[in-house]
Design a protein around this ligand. Structure first.
Ligand code: FAD
Length: 474
């Protein structure tokens, strides 16, 4: 990507996107390909797109379509499937070599242990079968053929059941870079991508024009760019900028770091377990890592770490700026949410995993629900892996808000995108194309039908936001 200094150009951009993760790049691609906006700019503080939560090291690489996520309602499964399938459709349109770097066909399983879970999964199967015709129900003997380590060493009396389906793992970092490159290819003269440049401040320049101050990583002198509409796709940082502009003051963030362990290859595909609906995060699951051959990646764990970006301690200050911890109602919300005995125990248990040398033995106890023969010595901490899951809290209602969040202001959008933001990045982009073009009245239009024809097999996709109605797992 080129590195330009567009500040000198007097004409404002139509849209500026802040953040070059999978969300920002999906929006850039969609705006360039499916709207007639004239000039769009994306600003990313790293030298490459997809380096923070979208990076393959930092998430579980699952394309969440709803088949193995047992905490989605069936209605939700239908919606998520349509949204997430857009990633597959996008990748299928790419040249084979590029497709292979992004999309990894993979077996996916959800595994139930014990009477209660088996009964639950059995009932769910009938409903899922209508949505996923290829999903199969496996008994103990069949599971052993598909994933032998799940059955090896398991007590005979333990009742088990699994659903398996064909699915995909995704390198979301690669996807981000592909989307950015394809947007640029689509229309060079309409698309600018500024890398290695952080947006430091935003203000109203004049009626209907925003001004963004930008600082380059290479030390080049700061400059400003102007845009008629702005979309923040900077994950947790979106809320920081929203608050500076007096939006979203009721929100705080609970900062949960998700880290991982590696073992030798114990699983052939992804294995999730039946989710406890009372917990905000997925239970530990096992995944082949698309970038680390012959290994299984286990996690993510959930640890309270007050930063906005994993392994970026400078972002701690920003966490305290955005969290609103100076307000008593924020503390009250945290106490109410975290004193729920189940959640509190869950977080405490996750602290044990971090104990040097001993943590992996404790972690192995959780993994034994999936692989009964797993031992502490089988695991090594996945250093340099893991990301931040900043869960929004409404400090007025003291509620923990799961899934994605969006604040819409006057010609400005702030997106907060915890899991499964990566899976539904193109679906979110579709919704934002609609909102952004509406900002401009009849001046610009969004060709939703073309996007549906190319990425949704021609089906009409509703633009309402399913993620804000109920919870997701990662
Ligand atoms: C442990 C874990 C496991 C997960 N597993 C899955 C999974 O299996 N499947 C799934 O779908 N999702 C998963 N997720 C969620 C997924 O990673 C996110 O939904 C997704 O990556 C969000 O993409 P994004 O582009 O919004 O954010 P990011 O990828 O974090 O991108 C935000 C970008 O904004 C840039 N930025 C921030 N501030 C500025 C600024 N001031 N100026 C310029 N640029 C800025 C950053 O540098 C970054 O590149 C997981 C997340 C975690 C933490």
């Amino acid at each position: 990507m080129e590195r330009e200094s567009p500040g000198a150009r007097a004409e404002p951009f139509d849209v500026a996107i802040v953040g070059g993760g999978v969300s920002g790049t999906a929006l850039l691609y969609a705006l360039v390909r499916y709207t007639n906006l004239r000039r769009i700019v994306l600003i990313e503080k790293h030298e490459e797109c997809g380096q923070v939560n979208s990076r393959s090291n930092n998430n579980s690489q699952t394309l969440h379509v709803g088949d193995i996520e047992t905490n989605y309602s069936i209605e939700k499964v239908r919606e998520v499937k349509a949204g997430a399938s857009m990633v597959v459709e996008y990748a299928m349109r790419l040249p084979v070599e590029e497709n292979k770097r992004i999309l990894f066909p993979m077996q996916k399983m959800v595994f139930a242990v014990g009477e209660r879970e088996v009964e639950f999964l059995s009932k769910r199967f009938s409903a899922l079968k209508e949505i996923f015709p290829n999903v199969r129900k496996l008994d103990r003997g069949e599971i052993e053929k598909v994933e032998p380590n799940i059955i090896r060493g398991r007590a005979q009396h333990e009742n088990v059941l699994a659903l398996v389906n064909h699915g995909h793992a995704v390198d979301y970092g690669m996807l981000a870079r592909s989307l950015a490159a394809r947007a640029k290819d689509e229309a060079r003269e309409r698309t600018e991508i500024i890398l290695g440049a952080a947006v430091k401040n935003i203000r109203r320049a004049e009626d209907h024009v925003w001004e963004l101050d930008i600082i380059r990583r290479d030390g080049a002198s700061p400059h400003s760019i102007r845009a008629r509409a702005v979309v923040f796709d900077a994950d947790a940082y979106s809320l920081l900028f929203a608050k500076r502009l007096r939006y979203g003051h009721e929100f705080s963030l609970i900062p949960v770091a998700g880290t991982f362990f590696f073992s030798r290859e114990l699983l052939r595909g992804k294995v999730y377990t039946v989710q406890d609906p009372r917990l905000p995060f997925a239970a530990v699951h096992g995944d082949p890592d698309v970038r680390v051959p012959d290994a299984t990646r286990w996690g993510p764990t959930a640890r309270f770490v007050p930063v906005l970006e994993a392994r970026n301690w400078a972002s701690m200050l920003d966490y305290f700026r955005v969290s609103g911890l100076a307000k008593p109602k924020t503390w009250l919300s945290f106490i109410i949410i975290l004193l729920d005995p189940l959640r509190a125990w869950y977080l405490i248990r996750n602290i044990f995993y971090e104990i040097p040398l001993l943590g992996k033995y404790y972690f192995a106890r959780q993994v034994r629900k999936i692989v009964p023969t797993a031992r502490g010595r089988d695991f090594t901490r996945a250093r340099g892996f893991g990301g931040m899951r900043l869960q929004r809290v409404n400090t007025n209602t003291h509620e923990l808000l799961l899934g994605e969040g969006k604040i819409i202001g006057e010609r400005i959008i702030f997106n907060m995108t915890p899991s499964p933001g990566a899976s539904v990045c193109l679906y979110n982009a579709m919704r934002d194309c609609n909102i952004v073009t509406q900002f401009f009245g009849s001046e610009f239009s969004f060709d939703k039908k073309k996007m549906e024809a190319e990425l949704c097999e021609g089906r009409s996709v509703p633009l309402e936001d399913p993620s804000q109605k109920s919870s997701y797992v990662s």
